[in-house]
Design a protein around this ligand. Structure first.
Ligand code: SAM
Length: 381
């Protein structure tokens, strides 16, 4: 005799739960797969944007107007076959437009749409983000060295990331400094006034990179002398050349130095010390802030601009925090650990960290300035 069994209520429940779990797992697998494919696609397209910017192709095409690969090649002095492939790829990626899709490859004419020009070429506007492509490529170059650091400890020095990161940072932050730096300082009216006074005011720019902030400070305050320091020799060399080219070398000077071990002749002679997107990169942030404090004149202030972060770590990061963590794992943490200091913080610097470091460096007060910026938070110490 066969006994017919019907599933108990409990068994039915378990089956439904298992089905739901399997469906959720399948959906999560598909979603992550799509993200990984999207990431691979985006990273390749970003590298082609890097090429277009470095080779001056977007700029030339914008100046030419709708052009064939041959006309563009003649204008920029590049290989036509590579250009033709790049143009097709850029149109497929909807970065450029093609005016006559159906024509033979050699006859297709491409142009730079307004949105592409705004993001990749229009340096003066907040929409300008093209240099992120240089940053991403530079960071990619150093991934094998980062992999080795995961195994052996140690770090990857800033200079190992090459010109791409140096220039990417300089171009991206430089555009912001040219546009906004004077307005940031104007939120500290006493400091702004000191820097405008006729009695040779002075600014110390710690972690100045290729000197874009240093030069922006010099332009904003024609009476001031500005001294920039950075640990990276290549950055300082380029900063000096930029100051000479801008005709500002008489009052803008640079030196290669560690901010934490700094002794600029005449400590206590600076009205303002700036640390612009550099504190989180410093191996000894308390040492750097201590030396910033020692170099201040009576009544002077330190301006720190660094990452705009949430108050505390939470796993459901927004895109900005995900970007910061990506930079941290691949660049800022390894570069900071290469400085061989004990505190290598990484990119994700929260208000509590700056406040604690400032207190340890002997500052009685930390003020968060009322400046709206999509990427940075501003501290007056
Ligand atoms: C993210 S970059 C920012 C550069 C520049 N302030 C800007 O906004 O373009 C950080 C800079 O800090 C410099 N740096 C890192 N550690 C330093 C240290 N201990 N002393 C001085 N500069 C340092 C790096 O060489 C790099 O140029």
């Amino acid at each position: 005799m066969t006994v017919q069994t019907t599933p108990s209520l409990l068994e039915a429940d378990l089956t439904a739960t298992a089905d739901r779990d399997a469906a959720e797992l399948q959906a999560a697998v598909e979603a992550l797969g799509e993200r990984i494919f999207g990431g691979a696609l985006a990273s390749m397209e970003l590298a082609t944007v890097h090429l277009g910017l470095r080779l001056g192709i977007y700029q030339a095409l914008q100046e030419l107007g709708p052009a064939t690969s041959e006309a563009l090649a003649a204008s920029v002095g590049l290989d036509e076959r590579y250009l033709r492939e790049w143009l097709e790829q850029q149109a497929v990626a909807e970065i450029l437009t093609c005016a006559n899709d159906g024509a033979a490859p050699e006859d297709r004419r491409y142009e730079v749409p307004a949105a592409t020009a705004a993001v990749l070429l229009d340096v003066g506007t907040p929409a300008y983000l093209g240099p992120l492509a240089h940053l991403a490529v530079g960071i990619g170059v150093a991934v094998p060295a980062v992999e080795e650091s995961f195994r052996a400890g140690g770090g990857v020095p800033f200079h190992a990331y090459g010109a791409e990161v140096r220039h990417g940072l300089g171009l991206l932050n430089g555009a912001t400094f040219d546009r906004d730096l004077a307005a940031w300082i104007a939120t500290m009216p006493d400091i702004d006034q000191r820097l405008r006074s006729g009695r040779r005011p002075a600014v110390l720019d710690l972690g100045c990179g290729v000197g874009r902030s240093t030069l922006a400070l010099a332009r904003a305050y024609p009476n001031a002398v500005i001294h920039g320091i950075d640990l990276d020799a290549a950055s300082v060399e380029e900063a000096r050349a930029a100051a000479a080219q801008a005709g500002l070398a008489d009052r803008v000077t640079f030196a290669v130095a560690d901010a934490a071990e700094l002794s600029v002749a005449g400590e206590g002679r600076f009205d303002l010390v700036t640390v612009l997107e550099a504190l989180h990169d410093m191996g000894d942030p308390v040492g750097a802030l201590t030396s910033a404090r020692r170099h201040l004149r009576e009544g002077g202030a330190v301006l720190v601009a660094d990452q705009l972060t949430r108050d505390a770590y939470a796993a459901d990061g927004d895109p900005l925090e995900r970007f910061q963590y990506g930079c941290s794992v691949l660049h800022c943490l390894p570069a900071t650990r290469a400085e061989d200091h004990l505190v290598a913080h990484g990119t994700v610097i929260r208000a509590e960290h700056v406040t604690a470091w400032a207190r340890d460096a002997g500052f009685p007060k930390v003020e968060i300035l009322a400046i709206e910026d999509p990427f940075w938070r501003f501290y007056r110490l």
